[in-house]
Design a protein around this ligand. Structure first.
Ligand SMILES: C[S@@+](CC[C@H](N)C(=O)[O-])C[C@H]1O[C@@H](n2cnc3c(N)ncnc32)[C@H](O)[C@@H]1O
Length: 246
């Protein structure tokens, strides 16, 4: 198919997509917001007062959902390669998460506070070459997991976008070694034809850094956030289609 036909097909699918239409009505920056809301409905990740890191945040749907869920006592730090219009209650870092200086900026902003929830919806620009794309996707997921293993609170949680294919099983194995509970989610808002899926991991079993190294980073001991913010009738609680791990 020619490039213009592909873009026209994309545009047609975009404007007729019910989640795109809903996001415009509800004031969300992206249809992706509903993926996180649907994961939240099943997994109850958010608490008022939490510190959340949102990796691959632009245009900001997940950041909007996170800021609302953690409330004014919480903190959301969002990061993306692309610029993002300000979201109230969200600090934004523009940069490549793979670069040391960008990571250092994020760590400095944490001011020794451990993170309660690490979200990664990072996705590369797809080249169309399956092997290259898979390697990039796995690389981003591994980077996010490296960060989670170092900076999450003991009772913290991690959500990462992955694609079925090369590297998926290895990542899942590593997550199962690192976290107490690991589940695979395919929210309704994630296109059926896409191999995109999300892994939700809870309860850090082992840290990447030894305690001594954590202390060198000046990390505080874990702090318990407040009770859940989302009541049962909250818009956060919408149906989610799941594939529970055995
Ligand atoms: C699917 S979009 C995220 C959508 C977002 N969660 C939302 O709710 O609006 C994926 C994002 O990952 C970002 N990304 C990809 N590689 C990255 C990297 N190395 N560092 C930071 N962001 C990256 C892209 O720029 C893109 O904005």
């Amino acid at each position: 198919m020619s490039r213009s036909k592909t873009s026209k097909a994309w545009l047609r699918r975009h404007v007729t997509d019910p989640w795109v239409q809903k996001s415009q009505v509800d004031g969300y920056r992206s249809r992706a917001a509903y993926k996180l809301k649907q994961i939240e409905a099943r997994d109850h990740l958010f608490r008022s007062g939490m510190v959340v890191v949102d990796l691959g945040a632009a245009p900001g749907g997940w950041s909007q959902v996170s800021a609302h869920a953690v409330g004014p006592k919480g903190r959301v730090i969002a990061l993306d390669l692309l610029d993002m219009a300000p979201v109230p209650g969200v600090e934004f870092i523009r940069g490549d998460f793979g670069e040391e200086t960008v990571l250092a900026d994020l760590v400095e902003r944490l001011q020794s506070r451990r993170v309660d929830l690490v979200l990664s919806d990072m996705a590369p620009n797809f080249s169309g070459i399956a092997g290259v794309d898979q390697a990039r996707v796995s690389g981003l997921a591994e980077l996010a997991l490296d960060f989670a293993e170092r900076f999450l609170a003991d009772n913290g949680a991690f959500v990462v976008k992955v694609f079925h294919g090369v590297g998926f099983d290895d990542l899942l194995r590593r997550l199962r070694r690192t976290f107490v509970k690991v589940a695979i989610r395919k929210p309704d808002a994630s296109r059926k034809e896409s191999s995109e899926t999300y892994i939700v991991a809870k309860g850090l079993r082992q840290r990447r850094l030894a305690a001594a190294e954590g202390n060198e980073l000046g990390l505080e001991s874990d702090q318990a956030p407040d009770e859940p913010t989302a009541p049962a009738d909250s818009p956060l609680h919408v149906a989610v289609k799941e594939q529970e791990e055995p």
